[in-house]
Design a protein around this ligand. Structure first.
Ligand code: CP
Length: 305
C-alpha cells in the first residue's frame, strides 16, 4: 500500500500510518469531549461536508461535531452543485477553499480519491476522508476503537472477530490494520468468497461457531448489496443469518463480557437477528454516540495542525 502522509500534516485520510501513541491521543481527546462540556472555540472556522455517496451517521455526526466545536457549516449537495455540469472533485475542493472553507469532509465512491488532493501544493484546506469506495473509513475506525477502549481499557490481547462482507468493507480494511498495531488478535469469519486478499496479513479465518465462545468483540459488517454482483445480492437473508450471523443461540454462547458491534446501517435479520440489534451486549447505538466525539477529536487534530 502506498504510504500516505496523513498524520504529520493537516489531513486525515487513513489510520494506516498512525502509531499506538497517536491513536491513544485521539481516543483521549474524544473521551475528553464526551466527558466534559468544555469545547475548543473554532467559531471562526468553516466546514463543508461533500457526500457523493449516501450516508446518515457519518454525514450527520460530522455536522454535529462541527457545530459542537462552534464551526460554521456550509451546505453542499452534489446533486445541485456544479459537479452536475462536469466539475471535477479537485476543482470543487479548490473552489470551496477559495471561498474560505477550512475543513472539507468527503465521501466518494472512488478508492483513494484523496491522493490527488493531499499531494497538490494548491490545496491548503484540510481533507477528512468520510469513506472512499472499498478503501478506508478512518473516522468509523476511530469511533470503533474508542468504543472498544471504553469497554475494556486496552486493546492488547483482546480477541476481535470481524465477520461478513470484508472484501467490500472499508470499515474492515481500516480496522484490521489498526487493531494489529494496537496489539489485538484479529480473526475473520463469513463467506470465504467475501474475504479480502490481505486478510491473512492481519489475522486468521475461523468459523463463526469457533469464534463465538472465545471472542471479546464480535464485529459484524453490513452485506453491501450495492457493491455486489447481481448473483450475490440475492443471497437469502435467513440462510445468511443461520450460517454466518448472530442468532439467539450463538449470542447465548458468547463470553460474559463480550460485546457485539456493527458500523450500521444494519440489515436486521441478515447479519444480526432483529431482536439482538439492541440487546445488552450490543454497542451499536454507543458506536453512533461515540461517532460525534471521535469526529470532534479528528477535526480538532487537523485544525491544530
Ligand atoms: N457507518 C456508516 O458509515 O454509516 P453511514 O453510511 O450512514 O454514514
Amino acid at each position: 500500500m502506498k504510504m500516505l502522509k496523513n498524520k504529520t500534516d493537516r489531513h486525515f485520510v487513513s489510520l494506516s500510518n498512525f502509531s499506538e501513541g497517536e491513536i491513544m491521543q485521539l481516543i483521549e481527546t474524544a473521551l475528553r469531549y464526551k466527558n466534559q462540556s468544555e469545547r475548543e472555540p473554532f467559531s471562526d472556522r468553516y466546514a463543508v461536508n461533500c457526500f457523493f455517496e449516501d450516508s446518515t451517521r457519518t454525514h450527520k455526526s460530522f455536522e454535529m461535531a462541527q457545530r459542537k466545536l462552534g464551526m460554521q457549516v456550509i451546505d453542499f449537495q452534489p446533486s445541485t452543485s456544479s459537479v452536475k455540469k462536469g466539475e471535477s472533485l479537485y476543482d470543487t475542493v479548490l473552489t470551496l477553499q477559495a471561498i474560505g472553507i477550512d475543513v472539507v469532509v468527503i465521501r466518494h465512491s472512488e478508492e483513494a480519491y484523496y491522493e490527488k488532493l493531499i499531494s497538490s501544493p494548491s490545496i491548503h484546506c484540510s481533507i477528512i476522508n468520510g469513506g472512499d469506495g472499498a478503501g478506508q473509513h478512518p473516522s468509523q475506525s476511530l469511533l470503533d476503537l474508542m468504543t472498544i477502549y471504553e469497554e475494556f481499557g486496552t486493546f492488547r490481547d483482546l480477541e476481535i472477530a470481524i465477520s461478513g462482507d470484508i472484501k467490500h468493507s472499508r470499515v474492515a480494511r481500516s480496522n484490521m490494520q489498526i487493531l494489529n498495531t494496537l496489539g489485538a488478535k484479529v480473526f475473520f469469519t463469513g463467506p470465504k468468497k467475501w474475504m479480502a486478499d490481505d486478510c491473512d496479513t492481519f489475522g486468521s479465518y475461523l468459523s463463526i461457531d469457533e469464534l463465538i465462545p472465545r471472542a471479546d468483540v464480535m464485529m459484524f459488517l453490513r452485506v453491501q448489496k450495492e457493491r455486489h454482483l447481481p448473483d450475490i445480492s440475492q443471497t437469502d437473508a435467513k440462510t445468511y443469518l443461520q450460517t454466518y450471523g448472530l442468532t439467539p443461540q450463538r449470542e447465548k454462547q458468547m463470553k460474559k463480557q463480550a460485546i457485539v458491534m456493527h458500523p450500521a446501517p444494519v440489515n436486521r435479520g441478515v447479519e444480526i437477528a432483529d431482536e439482538l440489534v439492541e440487546c445488552s451486549r450490543s454497542r451499536i447505538i454507543r458506536q453512533m454516540e461515540n461517532g460525534v466525539f471521535a469526529r470532534m477529536a479528528i477535526i480538532e487534530s487537523v485544525l491544530k495542525k
